[in-house]
Structure formats: C-alpha cells, structure tokens
Design a protein around this ligand. Structure first.
Ligand SMILES: [Fe+2]
Length: 172
C-alpha cells in the first residue's frame, strides 16, 4: 500500500490560501524544527468538519527554504497529513524510503533504500502517512511551500475513508 494518496474528492486550493501562504511571514519554530506559520484554513468548512468528527485539527503553511534539506523523520505530532503544494522549486523533492532488507546474518549497513517521490500537483490535495520515514530536499533557488492540515487523532486510512465519504466542491 502506498504511503500517500492523491485526493480527487476535494477541489483545487483557492487563490486566497495560495496568496496567504506566499505572503506569509514564516518563523523558525521547534518541535519539529521548521519554518511554519498558521493558516486561516483553520476556519475553513473542511477543517471545521474534521474538527467536529475527529477533534483537534489545525492548519499551517510550511516553508522548505531554498538550499535546505529536511532530514529523514516520522512526524511525532500526527499520524497523517493533508497537504497542498503551493510553491515549488526546480529539483525540489519530497520522498519516502524503505530499507532494502538483506538475508539474516548478512553483515551489512543500513545504507540501501528504495525511494518513492511524492509527486505533488500544485494546489491539489494529497494525504500522507507521516508515520513512515520521509524527507524533503530543496536545492533551490525558491522556497518550497506547503499548506498542511493536521488532524491529531486520525489514522491515515481513516482520513482517506472519511474524505472519500465526504466529497466537497468548496473548502469554505
Ligand atoms: Fe514530516
């Protein structure tokens, strides 16, 4: 099973969220260490419905600065994410990895991985399983920016199922 799913039951992200994210004043925050800022998507109909159904839900823009590398990790504050890519940069890539297993007893290093790119389409939603190791590389020259919605207590497959049962034409 894939660790990410392109969502076809939700619309393209409207301009006002894209503009908000592009103009946002990103702050370097910790836990996790990343450039982030709150999004008004918190007040959207979709976020409100998710909050009513699953509890705590928030929305933020995340910036992967030009010439940066976001190391391999699993998210500790959530099990999945609903993301829209709103700005990209040549050669930037978000990806998952899976260790290539060797036979028991083989002297080896954990050095060889299969990888799968999360091939976003700008402004289109993707749900990601964030309990599987992922990373972002952005050699630049532009900042790579996401809108990311977190539903704290929902599993990846649970969110996919709910979204498929609650198609929407508008977010607001
Ligand atoms: Fe992450």
């Amino acid at each position: 099973m894939s660790n990410f799913t392109y969502i076809t039951t939700l619309p393209v992200l409207p301009d006002h969220y894209i503009n908000e994210g592009m103009a946002a004043n990103f702050q370097l925050k910790f836990r996790p260490c990343s450039y982030r800022v709150r999004s008004s998507f918190f007040h959207s109909k979709l976020a409100t419905m998710l909050r009513n159904k699953f509890g705590t839900c928030w929305a933020e823009y995340i910036s992967f600065k030009a010439g940066s590398y976001y190391d391999w990790h699993c998210d500790f504050s959530r099990k999945c994410a609903l993301n829209w890519l709103i700005n990209t940069s040549p050669r930037s890539i978000a990806m998952y990895r899976e260790l290539v297993l060797t036979p028991p007893g083989t002297p080896t290093q954990t050095i060889l991985f299969d990888m799968e790119e999360i091939n976003y389409t700008l402004y289109h939603p993707v749900v990601l399983n964030t309990h599987h190791e992922h990373a972002v590389i952005n050699p630049g020259p532009e900042d790579r920016i996401l809108l990311s919605v977190t539903v704290e207590n929902v599993e990846y497959y649970e969110l996919l199922e709910w979204l498929s049962q609650n198609p929407m034409d508008t977010y607001d």
